[in-house]
Write a protein that binds this ligand. Sequence first.
Ligand code: GTP
Ligand code: MG
Length: 285
Amino acid sequence: MSISWYPGHMHKARKELAKAMLNTNVVIDVLDARIPQASSNPLLAELRGDIPCLRILNKSDLANPEITRQWCKFLSQGPDNLCLVNGRDCFLSKESILRGCRQLIKGKATAVKKHQVLITGIPNVGKSTLLNQILCRKVAKTGNEPTVTKRQQRVKLDDDWYLIDSPGMLWPKLEDQQAAYRLASTGTIRNTAVEAEDIAWFTAETLLQDFFPCLQKRYELSQKPENVESFLEEIAIKNGCLGRGRAVDWNKVSELLLNDFRSGRLGRISLESPPATNPHSGTSE
Ligand SMILES: Nc1nc2c(ncn2[C@@H]2O[C@H](COP(=O)(O)OP(=O)(O)OP(=O)(O)O)[C@@H](O)[C@H]2O)c(=O)[nH]1
Ligand SMILES: [Mg+2]
């Protein structure tokens, strides 16, 4: 199945983002720490142009800490780039984010006294949660599904800095379908736009290949299953994902695996490593 998800509201969000960029001094691009590459939206990079960019590797509590550290170093290269890490086990403060923004615009000629920061990123990556976190109050709606934020919201950070939260956005053509599957595995693409069974099959294949110890521990597997089908069958039987006549309920077992992966119950798993590191060392218990 070919994955693509660019509904009309994303096209509208794109036009609104282009407008907001005109008065923006720093862009905060929120990436998923488990898939920093697949979650980098080329359309956002195009809209951003040469506006300084602070990248935040979010949901780091779900990713391998060592790989996240390597990504952070990799993404901080260059004078107009800076990368910070955020997650449920390491909350960034408003001060640390503002410090990063000031560092990025240092030395740049600007006539304005008031500065604007724009938060961008793919759907469901945690942009609005980050906004609530740094303001220490709930100003934006959040939820564990893509495209919860429907329109931009501007808030004051301090006397000189304003921040805009924006709706999550993908891009019209997901050329790299492996990356598109990684986006779907982590929960970026709405359920109705993909088949859970298809995404679970891809996820199971990846995890069996590169992260078998995580599966073994979670599902108490005595040995490595021969293939994806026998793996899913085994965990379906163990977890009661069965239908009539005790036949495997493929949809139910697919949801089980995806929920376990997305919530971190399989361990801290990074699906991507930065260039020049070993892609098969992406797990940490
Ligand atoms: N484990 C973990 N979950 C997080 C983190 N940040 C956000 N979440 C969860 O991710 C889900 C999406 O969060 P939102 O803040 O609504 O994401 P968003 O990027 O604003 O999404 P859209 O508005 O749909 O584009 C919610 O269930 C959050 O609780 C994090 O650092 N770690
Ligand atoms: Mg949001």
